[in-house]
Design a protein around this ligand. Structure first.
Ligand code: APR
Length: 247
C-alpha cells in the first residue's frame, strides 16, 4: 500500500474501511493437505457409495459403516495440517474483512488462523444428538462409536449434513455473499446445491475469482477471473491480483 511519503508501506486499512472478501471453498482447498476430494480422480465417491455412508438411509441401514467412514476421515484429518492456501486466506485478514463459507467438514481453515468460518455441510470433529439437533459435542480424538450417547440417551451421530438433509446455514451464507465486495471460489466443482447456488447471491459486477487446477463450469458467469492453479500456488496469484485492485 502507498505510504504518505510515497514509500510503499504496509498500511493496513481500518477494519471499518476494509473490503468484504467472501470465500466459498470446497474439497480441493484441502487436497494439498492430503484430504481426498469427492469427484476428482481417486475421489471418495469413487470408493464409497455416497448413499451408504452420507445419507439418513445409509445411517438407518448400517450405522457402523457410517461411523467407520467418518472415523477414518477424522483420523486422517488429525494427521493433516493446513496448506499454503489455507494460510494465505488467513493472511488476507490483514487487509480485508474475510468471511469463509466452506463446504468442507475439516477444521483446516480454523487451524490456519481464519477467524470467520461458516461450515455449510457440518463439522467432522463434532457429533450431534439424534433427538435434539441443538445438542452438539466436540469429539475427543478420532473415534465416534456405537454406544456413545447424548445427554438425553440417544446415539450420537456425525454433525454432518447428509444428502437429502437441509443445509440449515444456507440463509446465513447467502446473506454474507450478498454483502461481498469480492468473491473467491476455491477448490469446488460447484456441483452440489444449494452451496453452488451461492454465486447467484453475489452483488452484480463484483470481481469473482476462481482458483482451481481444472476447468470449473459455472453457467451464466462468463467474466470470472480464473486462476488455473492449485490452492497452494493460486493463493499467491490471488493476493497479487487483489493488491492491483487496491491500487
Ligand atoms: N487446489 C484447488 N482445487 C483443487 C485441488 C487443489 N489442489 N485439487 C482438486 N481441486 C478441485 C477439483 O478440480 C474440483 O473442482 O477441487 C474441486 C473438488 O470438487 P469436488 O470433489 O466435487 O468437491 P466439492 O465441490 O467440495 O463437493 C461439494 O459434495 O459430496 C458433497 O458434501 C460433499 O461438500 C461436498 C460437496
Amino acid at each position: 500500500m502507498q505510504g504518505k511519503h510515497g514509500r510503499t508501506s504496509r498500511v493496513c486499512p481500518e477494519p471499518e474501511n476494509m473490503k468484504k472478501l467472501v470465500v466459498l471453498s470446497g474439497a480441493g482447498m484441502s487436497a494439498e493437505s492430503g484430504l481426498r476430494t469427492f469427484r476428482d480422480m481417486g475421489g471418495l465417491w469413487e470408493e464409497y457409495d455416497v448413499y451408504e455412508v452420507a445419507s439418513p438411509a445409509g445411517w438407518a441401514k448400517d450405522r457402523a459403516l457410517v461411523l467407520k467412514f467418518y472415523n477414518e476421515r477424522r483420523k486422517q484429518l488429525l494427521e493433516s495440517s493446513p496448506n499454503r492456501g489455507h494460510l494465505g486466506l488467513a493472511e488476507l485478514e490483514k487487509d480485508f474483512e474475510v468471511r469463509i463459507i466452506t463446504q468442507n467438514i475439516d477444521d483446516l481453515h480454523e487451524r490456519a488462523g481464519s477467524t470467520s468460518v461458516l461450515h455449510l455441510h457440518g463439522e467432522l470433529r463434532k457429533s450431534r444428538s439424534m433427538v435434539d439437533p441443538d445438542l452438539i459435542y466436540d469429539i475427543e480424538g478420532w473415534e465416534l462409536n456405537e454406544g456413545e450417547l447424548c445427554e438425553k440417551g440417544s446415539q450420537l451421530r456425525p454433525h454432518v449434513v447428509w444428502f437429502g438433509e437441509p443445509v440449515t446455514a444456507f440463509e446465513e451464507a447467502a446473506g454474507i455473499v450478498s454483502r461481498a465486495d469480492i468473491l473467491v471460489i476455491i477448490g469446488t466443482s460447484m456441483n452440489v446445491y444449494p452451496a453452488a447456488g451461492l454465486i447467484d447471491y453475489a452483488p452484480a459486477g463484483i470481481p469473482i475469482y476462481v482458483i482451481d487446477p481444472n476447468e470449473v463450469f459455472i453457467p451464466g458467469y462468463p467474466r470470472l477471473h480464473v486462476i488455473r492453479k492449485k490452492a497452494g500456488e493460486g493463493i499467491a496469484d490471488l493476493i497479487n491480483e487483489l493488491q492491483k485492485l487496491e491500487q
